[in-house]
Design a binder for this molecule. Structure first.
Ligand SMILES: [Zn+2]
Length: 231
């Protein structure tokens, strides 16, 4: 339960990055954009049984392309024989060709969700009393939305990090027996995901609690500054 609370704090705090105001009180276009990405992801069913990670990947690719990511830096990959278990590779090139990249890794798929088991439609993102409901609102479409939103922001601001920032969105993390998208990339697309280090969900509740306790905005800005901005 505690973990859920911390995770919820992570989501809410993530949405506050870049703004001193909460979403509800703000007409901020950037927060609106984040919410649209988040909603689109949650409302794209990515369960193994009936969903389509490839579709979610394509939708995120469109969002990056729209703000200027060239085709050469965007690739929807579809493993042979798994047409709906694809993912997305993207890169924002850094200024130092000798510096190894940072990899932002996230999974697009979600755990199965039967409508009859849920009070609300699991594939409609609903906001009630400050909480978001829907399959994947935490694990991990909020996180993926943060990755996409940040890549959009970087491009729009003309931000050029020292290290390249690579993005890999994959499928097959949540379902036993599904194709493991991250594993598939490690075998088939090593170069595309090669990096000095990767950021991903997980790491345990300890770090999430630390982030929530210390104020995620500060924490992320500090990390971001240290890892991406140092020139
Ligand atoms: Zn997850």
């Amino acid at each position: 339960m505690k973990r859920i609370r911390y995770l919820t704090a992570l989501v809410v705090m993530s949405m506050l990055i870049g703004s001193k105001q909460g979403y509800a009180q703000s007409g901020d276009k950037e927060l609106q954009r984040f919410r649209e990405i988040y909603k689109e992801l949650v409302e794209t069913n990515t369960t193994l049984s009936a969903g389509d990670c490839t579709l979610a990947a394509k939708r995120m690719a469109v969002r990056l392309k729209t703000v200027g990511y060239p085709d050469a830096d965007l690739r929807v990959f579809i493993p042979d024989g798994h047409p709906k278990e694809g993912g997305l590779l993207a890169v924002l090139h850094g200024s130092d060709p000798k510096a190894k990249a940072v990899l932002l890794l996230g999974h697009l798929d979600v755990v199965e969700a039967k409508r009859e088991d849920w009070t609300r439609d699991p594939f409609t993102m609903i906001e009630e009393n400050g909480y978001f409901y829907g399959r994947g609102t935490i694990d991990m479409k909020a996180h993926v939305a943060v990755w996409i939103d940040n890549l959009i922001r970087f491009r729009k601001e003309g931000f050029k990090p020292k290290r390249s920032i690579k993005l890999a969105l994959t499928c097959g993390e949540e379902a036993n027996g599904a194709l493991n998208g991250a594993g598939w990339l490690a075998t088939h697309e090593r170069e595309a995901i090669d990096a000095e280090f990767a950021l991903n969900e997980g790491g345990g509740a300890y770090w999430i609690r630390k982030a929530a306790e210390s104020g995620l905005e500060f924490w992320l800005r500090k990390k971001y500054h240290r890892t991406l901005c140092s020139r």
